[in-house]
Design a protein around this ligand. Sequence first.
Ligand SMILES: [Zn+2]
Length: 195
Amino acid sequence: MADQPFNAPAIKTKHVHPTRTSGKRPLHRVTLLVAHETATPFGSREGVVNFFASPARRGSAGSAHQVIDHDKRNRMAGDRVICNGASDGGTDCNERGIHYELCSPSNKTDKWWMRTKKRRRALKRLAWAMAEDVVAHDIPTRWLSPRALRKGKRRGITNHRNITKAFVPGGHTDCLPVRRWVLRRVRRFARRIRS
Ligand SMILES: [Zn+2]
C-alpha cells in the first residue's frame, strides 16, 4: 500500500501508557512545540508506538503526543495530557509542550535528510503536524534557542537538544532536522490550514 499523503490526519490507535505521563493540563497551557528524533532506524514507527503504549519501567518513562515517519502519523495522547517528552530540569517545558517523535536515527546531516523523497515526506509530515498545532493553539512559529528557553520564553518551536542545552547538560541531543526548511513549511502549512 502506498504511503499516506504527508497531510493525512493522525491515526488514533494505540495510546500512551499512563505510567509515562505526568497528568493533565488546561489547553491554554500549551505554548511550546518540541521536535524529537527517536534514535531508531528510519521508518520504525510501529515499534516506537508499541514502546510508548507499554508500561514504563523505572528510568524509561518517556512519552510523546505524536509519532511520525514517512508513511504515517500516530496520535498517542491528546493535547491535554502532559507527556514526559524531555528531561526539562524541573522547568515547565513538558507541561507546556507538545512532543513529536520523528522515527529516525539522530544527528544525520541535512544532506542525508534531503536525499530521498521518503525522508523529505517524513519531514513534511512533521511540519504538517506542527502547523495543525500552531493553528489550534495559536502558537508563534518562531524558533526558541537554548538562551531564549533559559530566559523563560515558552511560546514557539524548539527541539529536545535546545531543552537539554538550556537545562540538562549531558542529556539527549536529538533535534529538528533541516530546521529552516521545516520551519518554512510549518509557516506555509499553517497559512493553508487557516485559509
Ligand atoms: Zn527527544
